[in-house]
Design a protein around this ligand. Structure first.
Ligand SMILES: *Cc1c(COP(=O)(O)O)cnc(C)c1O
Length: 469
């Protein structure tokens, strides 16, 4: 493809995306294809000779599009959102165009410096503790996902607890870690990958609001200490995936500080809410945290992937993950005056993700982001009121932010039927969880273009789906 051809096809693609944005609402939200439907339409062998770009685009529309679930539909209420925006897509496109690999400061200084700068901006935008800013001993880095951030935090915790001996000697099997029974599955996975073993993750009981019980945490840590184990890591969740519960970070943090445990705070979804001063209570106690992460790729209009990971002591992280082979040695690294983000993450290579984040923050402005987040929270509260006022439905937990967990009073079968009917209709998409043993529907509101009319219609459809067939 010559630059001229690229120009022509690039415009076609941008037009295609703009058209998609305009009509995304008209597609059935959840793809209805059956397993194998997409592959059956693809030739078994790759083409020997190049094919015209028009054919590629046509097949993308003919074969791929039916197999797409429309995460950008304003009627997408499933899981958590993975919203995006024009500025983000264009920032990502420029990142592809530049094609830089930002493993070291020296491999593209702007890639590193913009990242450091934008993460400092975000620390201020969310009112995060000063210790997370790059002017201190701490700092921020962009990871692909919260899963990776939590794994890095666990590794650093383990390393710090072993006086930085684990990397040389291998894992001491006596380490234990703690998270609530409602914590994200990525914590369990991190235990598996780190070689600590998921049996050494203590899933701490939650209270009636599905938040971790600090008294149970303290008791579990003590029991492990008495048994000769080495508690090293606690993950507190701000906004659990299942129900949006907020662990009491301050009380947990006091225990961690007293016992010398690393506190990681996983706010993958909820963190964006702290853009709004009136919602900043979600971060109460964050001063205790050794690390923190949230996902702009969920609820801050930055397309997947983009997780912001902060540490209060970057030396602990870097000493955990740094290796320096001869072929990466360079004067800037040796001078100690630059950040080399390869030492802050699992892989060596890294994309220029700061560009899309920078574009989003500048295009929306802090105030623009705030207004959109606040609007989602307001929609969720309104929806929760409708549920609360309906004789047939109950709220299944508090609604601090933009996730409403609720259920029909008819029991699990009725709720399953409601969800299946709605999702098959294609008119909206929502998913479920299980709370206190009962099937519970989740209404997660955070799609960039979801407005009151969409939420209102969703509620009508939900009530309709609860009726007779
Ligand atoms: C979504 C979510 C994760 C996992 O996010 P990834 O970025 O996909 O790894 C982790 N923790 C919580 C609380 C989440 O909501």
């Amino acid at each position: 493809m010559t630059p001229d051809e690229f120009r022509r096809h690039g415009r076609q693609v941008v037009d295609w995306i703009a058209d998609y944005m305009e009509k995304v609402e008209r597609y059935a939200v959840q793809s209805a294809v059956k397993p194998g439907d997409i592959r059956r339409q693809l030739p078994s062998e790759p083409p020997q000779n190049g094919q015209p770009f028009e054919d590629l685009l046509a097949d993308m529309e003919r074969i791929i599009l039916p197999g797409i679930t429309h995460w950008q539909s304003p009627n997408f209420f499933a899981y958590f959102p993975s919203n995006n925006s024009g500025p983000s897509i264009l920032g990502d496109l420029l990142s592809s165009g530049l094609g830089v690999q930002g493993m070291l400061w020296a491999t593209s200084p702007a890639c590193t410096e913009l990242e450091t700068h934008v993460l400092d901006w975000l620390a201020d935008m969310l009112g995060l503790p000063h210790s997370f800013k790059s002017s201190t001993a701490g700092g921020g880095v962009i990871q692909d996902t919260a899963s990776s951030a939590s794994l890095c935090a666990l590794l650093a915790a383990r390393e710090r607890k072993s006086q930085f001996e684990t990397n040389r000697r291998g894992v001491d099997r006596r380490f234990t870690a703690y998270a609530s029974a409602q914590a994200h599955s990525s914590i369990e996975k991190a235990m598996m990958i780190a070689g600590l073993g998921k049996d050494h993750l203590r899933l701490i009981e939650v209270d009636e609001n599905f938040a971790m019980r600090p008294d149970v945490l303290a008791a579990a840590i003590q029991a492990d200490q008495v048994a000769g184990r080495h508690p090293c890591f606690v993950c507190a969740t701000v906004g659990t995936t299942s129900s949006g519960a907020i662990d009491p970070v301050g009380a947990i943090g006091e225990i961690c500080r007293h016992e010398g445990l690393w506190l990681h705070v996983d706010a993958a979804m909820a963190g964006s809410a702290a853009l709004c001063p009136e919602l900043r209570f979600i971060h109460d106690g964050l001063d205790f945290a050794d690390s923190y992460c949230f996902n702009p790729h969920k609820w801050m209009f930055v397309n997947f992937d983009c997780d912001c990971f902060y540490v209060a002591d970057r030396a602990a992280l870097i000493n955990t993950l740094s290796v320096l082979p001869e072929y990466l040695k360079n004067a800037a690294t040796a001078s100690g005056a630059v950040i080399d983000y390869r030492d802050w993450q699992i892989p060596l290579g890294r994309r220029f993700r700061a560009l899309k984040l920078w574009f989003v923050i500048r295009s929306f402005g802090v105030e623009g982001l705030r207004q959109r987040i606040a609007a989602h929270v307001e929609l969720a509260r309104r929806f929760a009121r409708w549920v609360g006022d309906d004789a047939d439905f109950d709220l299944a937990g508090p609604v601090p932010l933009n996730l409403v967990c609720f259920r029909h009073r008819g029991g699990d079968e009725v709720n399953q039927r409601i969800m299946d009917r709605l999702n098959a209709s294609g008119r909206l998409y929502l998913t479920h969880t299980r709370l206190a043993g009962r099937l519970t529907l989740r209404m997660s509101i955070g799609q960039a273009n979801t407005r009151l009319e969409h939420v209102r219609r969703a509620w009508e459809l939900i009530r309709e789906a609860a009726g007779p067939a």
